[in-house]
Design a protein around this ligand. Structure first.
Ligand code: AMP
Length: 213
């Protein structure tokens, strides 16, 4: 399956993408993780991206599009987490898939009320391996240590209330139009994200099983 996870920041996209990857064996590609990796390595692309990420703004399309194309070029199946985030990115992705005689199977939209987003992201603990925890709702077994790889958990620099408000605003302005775009294509599946992690995944799984059968 070729899937997109669409949701505001702090809605649990990364967590759900990891669960889908585990259960269905589909590779999870997070543009946020790839950009953070580039920032950490201090590559020219990372240095350029950091300026936007620190402010909660979107990194220019050309940078992100190249990263994604290189990642999905040879993949038959994937879950895109955090891409596309603009109509322009969505159209570029469609054209790229069409050129390869491929298409998206579904866009999973996870809906979470605004007031929950800041609370969720400010308690988030991330690991380099892609696992995501929450101080209250999904704590690791050992404090500060990833259950999966034993790595040290950290708080993302952009997971603070101020940057979060800016990220939510950016989502509404730039990314929300994608919901109509994919609805009109008939591939949008909406999930209630205001439930615990297992329940959200259960609902996603039901949708994915329908697509597979
Ligand atoms: P995320 O980990 O998905 O919350 O992304 C963290 C940050 O990376 C975002 O706030 C953006 O600055 C940047 N970013 C991630 N994906 C994209 C994208 N598709 N387009 C533009 N910027 C992005």
């Amino acid at each position: 399956m070729r899937l997109i996870l669409l949701a505001p920041p702090g809605a649990g996209k990364g967590t759900q993408a990891e669960l889908i990857e585990e259960k269905f064996g589909i590779e999870h590609i997070s543009t946020g993780d790839l950009l953070r990796e580039a920032v950490e390595k201090g590559t020219p692309l990372g240095l350029k991206a950091k300026r936007f990420m620190d402010k909660g703004e979107l990194v220019p399309d050309d940078i992100v599009v190249e990263i994604v194309k290189n990642k999905i070029r040879d993949l038959k199946e994937f879950i895109l987490d955090g891409f596309p985030r603009t109509l322009e990115q969505a159209k570029i992705l469609d054209r790229f898939l069409e050129e390869n005689n491929e298409k998206l199977d579904a866009v999973i939209e996870i809906q979470v009320p605004d007031e929950k987003l800041v609370e969720r992201s400010t308690g988030r603990l991330s690991c380099k391996c892609g696992e995501v925890y929450h101080e209250i709702y999904n704590p690791p077994r050992l404090e500060g240590i990833c259950d999966r790889c034993g790595g040290k958990l950290y708080k993302r620099e952009d997971d603070n209330p101020e940057t979060m408000y800016s990220r939510i605003k950016t989502y509404k302005m730039k990314t929300l139009p994608l919901i109509k775009y994919y609805f009109q294509k008939g591939i949008l599946r909406t999930i209630n994200g205001d439930q615990d992690i297992e329940r959200v995944f259960w609902d996603i799984e039901k949708e994915l099983n329908k697509i597979k059968s």
